[in-house]
Unconditional design. Structure first.
Ligand code: GDP
Length: 139
């Protein structure tokens, strides 16, 4: 995967609250091209593997329960400097700390239920994209 790509999920809270369209609009307006996208639901095993790095954290159980409770939209996005620019677009993990105009400031409700995921490095973007999409689902 090119280093100009990042991976995102619109999380169950944002889907439940009807924000898929508004979030995709913010993403495309910021110059990201959608190269892969699906509407899906994570199994328990999927979420435990995807968030495996957080396995020892006290919130792991809550995180897995949240991420599996309903459908998500997952996508691979392309843009120059994609990882860093997308992290700036979504804002801080805790919406209370997120800058005005960021996706988490606008649509997230708490540090746990924070509306969107964004990869934190090029390496993780490639791993996370490959976890969700096969090569023939990426355009
Ligand atoms: P991110 O890279 O900004 O998504 O943040 P992290 O990698 O630190 O955490 C991954 C995800 O775990 C976050 O996006 C939240 O959904 C969740 N999370 C992080 N901290 C907490 C917490 O203190 N409590 C709960 N319930 N969830 C958390």
């Amino acid at each position: 995967m090119s280093t100009n790509r990042t991976f995102t999920m619109i999380k169950p809270d944002a889907v439940e609250n009807g924000h898929i369209g508004a979030i995709l609009e913010k993403i495309t307006a910021a110059g990201f091209k959608i190269v892969a996208m699906k509407y899906t639901q994570l199994s328990l095993r999927d979420a435990q593997e995807f968030y495996g790095v957080h396995r020892e954290r006290p919130f792991f159980g809550e995180l897995v329960e949240f991420m599996t409770r309903g459908p998500i939209v997952s996508a691979i996005l392309e843009k120059e400097n994609a990882v860093e620019d997308f992290r700036a677009l979504i804002g801080a993990t805790n919406p209370a700390d997120a800058a005005e105009g960021t996706i988490r400031k606008m649509f997230a409700t708490s540090i746990g239920e924070n509306a969107v995921h964004g990869s934190d490095s090029d390496e993780n973007a490639a791993i996370e994209g490959a976890f969700h999409f096969s090569g023939r689902e990426i355009y």
